[in-house]
Design a protein around this ligand. Structure first.
Ligand code: HEC
Ligand code: HEC
Length: 454
């Protein structure tokens, strides 16, 4: 039996090589040169660095934001008592302020452990944030009267919160509005100088595009980043884009940019966490054969990753995200004419009508699935008949389902409020990617077992 499986594996593998090179399947993304750097230096900068140089004054932050989440990272001095998703930094005028950092969206506490690089699928942008335009205005007025130096340090951050935070609301908890955030920041900033303008200088469509944050450990395999695969050229330039939140002008960006070769080097060292429970190796081996027949041509096998963009007609998943780049090309044009696209390591955006087929390393832990997080379990990715139309998680008591592989969820009535994932909303669709539907139940459970090993 073992021998037969071995032989089958070889035959399928050769077959998959053949399909790989079939140009009809997808569009290959050419690699771009990247800067090299020091991972340890990048790690330190990611968690302590001043890529945002404005925020909430330190003492005010400690009063308003409860002290929590501070023990996950062993940071020292001012950051010792601050949650992992914030960093205390020195503003331009020497005042200490607290700014959000990348781990707001790119880390998650999973089974009581902080996993850096796991997309945060519990983030809540449905409204009711502590920092909305009203509180920002109140804070501004208070600081202006009581402490002009603190006011000066907080002003670049508070003015941005006032102008855009009300336009970032998502329909459900767990999805991320970062694409709209990028669009809004661009609309308020001059592309060449990054100087802020209170009035937006280009029109950004009203609808928020929901996305599920991709795991950082996948990036090292990709030749184009983001779901659309449209991030090309120097990746460091995209990694530093949060700098647009508070930057005063491009001289500050140039200083921040000098650190992002190291941050990139750190992100490239990240590995997917291993599945923590026993795996049936017999079943997984059978699943491996099915994977080679049906999946490898797009998703690849470890280092052997094909870097393919899969067109709309083949993938069929919700098209809202990639279509937005064609219906409203303002953001892409802004970027490609901006400071980011200049200098000796430029970046650029190349939209595509479809999505990149992502590597599947650590896929067991990155639920919910697809670019918009519309499918709660891997079982339902493989069998579209099982995908719930309206579902919710108990965010106060999140539980992982190691059998279906994904989040435990309940089906729910969409009128029940903002906790509900309603797949009928634009951008939130759970259709498409029907590649597992044709398999038998046994084949799907073997494949699921195999996916746990990645
Ligand atoms: C507000 C949430 C948020 C913050 C803060 C944030 N990101 Fe992201 N990031 C996202 C989302 C959402 C995506 C996926 C967007 C897409 O592909 O359309 C993303 C994509 C990425 C990617 C591409 C990954 C891939 O494989 O395609 C990298 C790398 C990245 N972010 C790095 C960073 C770094 C470094 C920081 C801090 C300087 C940061 N991000 C801050 C939400 C965020
Ligand atoms: C023709 C190319 C193609 C084939 C064949 C294919 N996929 Fe995919 N797959 C994609 C693309 C593209 C996406 C991203 C879709 C999206 O996010 O909207 C994806 C997404 C996924 C995801 C979700 C990833 C995530 O991080 O949310 C999983 C899991 C997955 N595929 C597994 C499989 C398995 C298992 C097979 C084999 C039965 C398979 N795929 C076959 C192209 C393909």
């Amino acid at each position: 039996m073992k021998k037969i499986i071995f032989l089958l594996t070889i035959v399928c593998f050769s077959f998959s090589r053949f399909v790989y090179n079939n140009p009809g399947e997808g569009t290959y993304i050419q690699p771009s040169p990247q800067r090299s750097g020091d991972p340890a230096v990048g790690y330190h900068y990611l968690l302590n660095g001043d890529y945002l140089k404005s925020g909430i004054p330190f003492n005010y932050f400690r009063m308003v934001f409860a002290k929590k989440n501070s023990s996950y990272l062993q940071r020292d001095s001012l950051n010792r008592d601050i949650g992992y998703e914030y960093t205390a930094v020195k503003a331009g005028n020497g005042e200490i302020v607290v700014a959000p950092n990348c781990l707001q969206c790119h880390a998650q506490v999973f089974e009581n452990k902080l996993i850096i690089g796991l997309g945060n699928s519990t983030v809540d942008f449905t409204g009711g944030e502590k920092l909305d335009p009203r509180t920002a205005t109140m804070t501004e007025n208070l600081l202006r009267k009581t402490d002009p130096k603190e006011y000066e340090a907080a002003e670049p951050f508070l003015k941005v919160v006032k102008a855009i935070s009300a336009q970032l609301h998502t329909q459900t908890r767990g999805v991320n509005p970062a694409d709209r955030l990028a669009g809004l920041l661009a609309a308020h900033r001059d592309p060449q100088t990054f100087i802020w303008n209170d009035k937006p200088m280009m029109e950004i469509p009203d609808q928020v595009i929901p996305s599920d944050v991709p795991a950082w450990w996948l990036m090292k395999r990709k030749h184009g980043i983001f779901y659309n695969g449209f991030g090309r050229g120097d990746f460091g330039r995209f990694l530093m884009a949060s700098n647009l939140l508070t930057v005063n002008d491009t001289s500050e960006s140039a200083e921040v940019d000098r650190h992002f070769n190291d941050v990139l080097a750190y992100l490239r060292t990240l590995e997917a966490p291993k599945y923590p429970y026993p795996i049936s190796h017999l079943l997984a081996r059978q699943g491996g054969v099915i994977y080679l027949q049906h999946c490898v041509k797009c998703h690849g096998n470890g280092d052997d990753y094909p870097n393919l963009l899969i067109p709309e007609e083949t993938i069929g998943t919700d098209s809202f995200l990639y279509k937005s780049n064609y219906q409203n090309p303002q953001f892409v044009n802004w970027f490609n004419n901006s400071w980011f696209a200049k200098g000796d390591h430029p970046a650029r955006l190349e939209p595509f009508n479809g999505y990149i087929a992502p590597p599947l390393d650590g896929i067991w832990i990155t639920a919910p699935y697809f670019h918009n997080g519309s499918v709660p379990t891997l079982e339902a990715v493989l069998n579209s008949r099982l995908r719930p139309a309206h579902w919710t998680r108990d965010f106060d008591n999140l539980e992982y389902d190691y059998k279906k592989v994904g989040w435990k969820y309940q089906e729910a009535d969409p009128s029940q409020g903002s906790g509900i994932y309603n797949t009928e909303l634009p951008g939130y669709g759970n259709y498409g990617h029907y590649f597992g539907d044709q398999l038998s139940d046994h084949e799907r459970s073997a494949l699921l077992e195999y996916l746990k090993t990645l």
